[in-house]
Design a protein around this ligand. Sequence first.
Ligand code: NAP
Length: 284
Amino acid sequence: MSQIIDGKAVSVKIKNDLAVEVASLRESGVKPGLAVIIVGNNPASRVYVNNKKKACEEIGIYSEEYALNAETSQEELINLVEHLNVDDKINGILVQLPLPEHIDENAVIQAISPLKDVDAFHVQNVGHIMIGDFEFLPCTPSGVMELIHSTGIEVEGKNCVVIGRSNIVGKPMAMLLLHENGTVTICHSRTKNLAQITAGADILVAAVGRAKFVTADMVKEGAVVIDVGMNRDENGKLCGDVDFEAVKDKASFITPVPGGVGPMTIATLMKNTVKAAKIQNHME
Ligand code: NAP
């Protein structure tokens, strides 16, 4: 029987600590501010943006939302980003992905000032993460590391397997595990003998985007299993990439969905926004 890693509880602690820090920053005249841009009517994106705004309110971070219609041009969006880059009230800029197809996501991300890039997707920040000398860490992988730390298990020397190689989750996730001296394998859709590789993992991170993809036979007895996936099952219920009911009896620690990685992504975004405010005010 495994222990459930309570991402909600870990995230509440981080947010409470941040609220204290923000109150003290405000006393010294620094008011962290986050701008969130959403384009179009993707219902999942709307939920994420609402949760981010709510977290800002809880912590005392000033927030602005820009809800743009789906027909917004790439030029209009980049103009808005460039305006926010020089807006003193705003320390962090988040463009909610995915963007409508006619907009080049990468062009928009690269338009964000690296100092305000609280998602850490700008090439400059990605490069900093690669060499292990960074200010911002990408929100989801960083949140996962905190959850692993919360178990008390050391990453050093462990066989770590990440399923997924996206720029926002899989690749930076692998890099953060490597920075902590894990022996890291990255798997993807062309990986052969996937189950054999995952079954050797002491720490298994699933970031695939397929409901209940990781089954019990793919998991080593006693492994730490982190489920990044956010999917809908056949009944429309939110579920992860891991078949939680089957795997929970095999893993030593496991994250649930919901209540695992999701809340940590938002907590890390808040952390990055406060850090951005401190850097821009020469306090770090
Ligand atoms: P993505 O860009 O679609 O990447 C999915 C990855 O999974 C790809 O690298 C893909 O391989 C791999 N994959 C797909 N099918 C596979 C298979 N049969 N075997 C092995 N690998 C396979 O997705 P993402 O943005 O990384 O997100 C992954 C999941 O995490 C999604 O469910 C997303 O909603 C969730 N997510 C959650 C949070 C959170 O806060 N909890 C944050 C971000 C994302 P290829 O590269 O070969 O195509």
